[in-house]
Design a binder for this molecule. Structure first.
Ligand SMILES: Nc1ncnc2c1ncn2[C@@H]1O[C@H](COP(=O)(O)OP(=O)(O)OP(=O)(O)O)[C@@H](O)[C@H]1O
Length: 267
């Protein structure tokens, strides 16, 4: 049973998981997750290694579909539509629900082509439209000033932190409603971490952001809501333990297990 502390009301929720379970083949990884993700806010997923944070994140844009033998039970809705319903195109879903990974993964193409790739697939052909989208996306990703005079440079030649912001620009170029970020700052330098955190704050008023982080200070600093996951018994499924406004989770957790985790007693 999870504890909810002033979680967002359903009407303010972008994504809603109900009685959600997930399996990798025979391995039951997550059970009975019930969670309303607040629209246009930042939500952090925290918990010890292996408690299913990334798994649950990947359920939100059906990335796990790409792994053979996975299955779900329960429902996951995005703006009240079931994302696992028959007829939903996972590729279209992943445009609406973009993802940033721990390791930046630009294409081996120029900075410009990395950002223009998605819009081109969507049918944008005009050079001036593409130029505008590339500039706007790089600006929103806090990268424009650093790369505006070298757009033909290979994206892989950028620093790790710049590559991560390039990946963010690439996602922003297709105008997602939701941004999933799986430990986006753990492989980049501190200055870039600051830039990524700044841009998350800038994006949040118009975009729902969910971040998996091992860094408690980061979760406390940047998120509006926090969800704590835990696998209590090895081999048994993990679940959501406590969820609510970040201030409440970090200052007055209602569940002893949340308190023990955030005060560093385990994990
Ligand atoms: N592709 C996979 N196939 C089988 N089991 C997997 C797969 N990916 C993850 N798991 C298992 O699912 C459980 C949850 O893993 P997951 O990576 O979601 O946890 P996490 O909380 O994100 O961990 P971390 O903080 O270390 O990244 C773990 O037991 C993991 O070994």
């Amino acid at each position: 049973m999870s504890v909810y502390q002033s979680a967002p009301a359903v009407t303010e929720s972008a994504l809603i998981a109900q009685n959600f379970d997930f399996w990798y083949g025979d391995f039951h990884a997550l059970t009975d997750v019930n969670l309303n993700i607040a629209k246009n806010k930042i939500t952090a997923f925290i918990g010890p290694s292996g408690c299913g944070k990334s798994t649950f994140l990947r359920c939100m844009n059906r990335m796990n579909d790409l792994i053979e033998g996975t299955r779900i039970e329960g429902t996951m809705t995005l703006d009240e539509s079931d994302i696992y319903a028959e007829g939903v195109d996972p590729v279209d879903l992943r445009r609406r629900v973009g993802m940033i990974f721990q390791q930046p993964n630009p294409f081996p193409k120029s900075i410009y082509e990395n950002v223009a790739f998605g819009p081109r697939l969507q049918g944008v052909t005009s050079k001036s439209d593409l130029d505008d989208i590339v500039e706007e996306s790089l600006k929103r990703a806090n990268l424009w000033k650093e790369v505006s005079n070298q757009l033909s440079k290979d994206g892989l030649a950028l620093s790790g932190g710049q590559q991560q912001r390039l990946c963010i620009a690439r996602v922003l170029a297709v105008q997602p409603d939701v941004l999933l970020m799986d430990e986006p700052c753990s492989a980049i330098d501190p200055t870039s971490v600051q830039k990524v955190e700044d841009l998350m704050a800038e994006l949040a008023p118009e975009m729902t952001i969910i971040i998996v982080t091992h860094n408690m200070q980061q979760a406390a600093r940047i998120s509006d809501y926090t969800a704590f996951f835990l696998q209590e018994v090895a081999g048994e499924p993990a679940t959501l333990i406590e969820y609510g406004q970040t201030d409440a989770i970090f200052t007055s957790p209602m569940d002893k297990r949340t308190e023990d985790y955030i005060t560093g007693r385990f994990g």
